[in-house]
Design a protein around this ligand. Sequence first.
Ligand code: C2E
Ligand code: MG
Ligand code: MG
Ligand code: MG
Length: 281
Amino acid sequence: RAKADRTKAVCFYEQGMDETVRARRTLAGELREALDNNELDLHYQVQTAVSTGEVRGYEVLLRWKHPKHGFIPPSEFIPLAEETGLILQLGEWVLRTACAAATSWTPAYKIAVNLSPVQLSHADLPKLIHEILLETQLPASRLELELTESTIIADKVRTLHILRQIKQLGVTIALDDFGTGYSSLETLRSFPFDTIKLDRSFMSEVETSPQAKAIIRAVLALGKSLSIPVLAEGIETQSQLSLLDAEGCDAAQGFYLGRPAPLDQIMISGQISRIEAGIAA
Ligand code: C2E
Ligand code: MG
Ligand code: MG
Ligand code: MG
């Protein structure tokens, strides 16, 4: 009976929304193949301390170069992977690959990995992370997991329980895209985050909008009083960086400091990024 229902649902879609739905279904299948055929790639983007320009770590960003359509952004294929459940396998691959890569770095920078709400809704995530850390020999303190507020809101009690288990391993947790969600302050009260990542939308307006600048100041003050370091996302210019330095922001990330790039490239650029930033001088 379940099978009959499913067939009916498919027919409905085929008549109704045709093109888009079919295209998405095809793409979802191709994403699965991409994972099996090693067509996915990880790029790494540097995160630096604002006052010294020192490298703090690298955020891992998933890349898919489709054989026909070329580069497809994560904002398109991550939701697809979440809908189909493929995100579990995909996320595991990202974690394992990134942790393994991080063990090859000297000095011992942190590696920041984005987590999907779907991954966090699985009770065995702490166990998986523990296994990957053992397997790759990466010290837990070098792994940071990034999650957004919407992740926590979905099923708060359960999510916080899983997060606490992960934190007990020694892994740190960053609150990503801060300022774009619904209940930022409530989220900050519920869980001891190790880093607040201020969403890049504030940075892009900082020079034109007094409001954006005021909000940045307020978030930095909030971070200080909660003793949580703030990392500003989306730094594209020297003047944005100087402003953050003047305001006492802890860390930053953005095209100005370094674009996401494959592992072999960041091995070199990571060395020069503190000179390029030119803040310490
Ligand atoms: P995010 O975690 O907030 O990652 C930062 C995004 O901002 C990245 O986009 C990065 O390329 C972009 N970015 C960095 N610096 C600048 C800048 O100076 N200016 C501008 N305009 N953009 C900048 P990307 O790589 O397209 O990723 C988008 C989102 O997709 C990520 O947002 C994250 O939520 C998600 N994502 C990426 N990789 C993964 C992954 O492995 N797993 C999961 N679950 N999500 C991922
Ligand atoms: Mg992130
Ligand atoms: Mg972000
Ligand atoms: Mg984002």
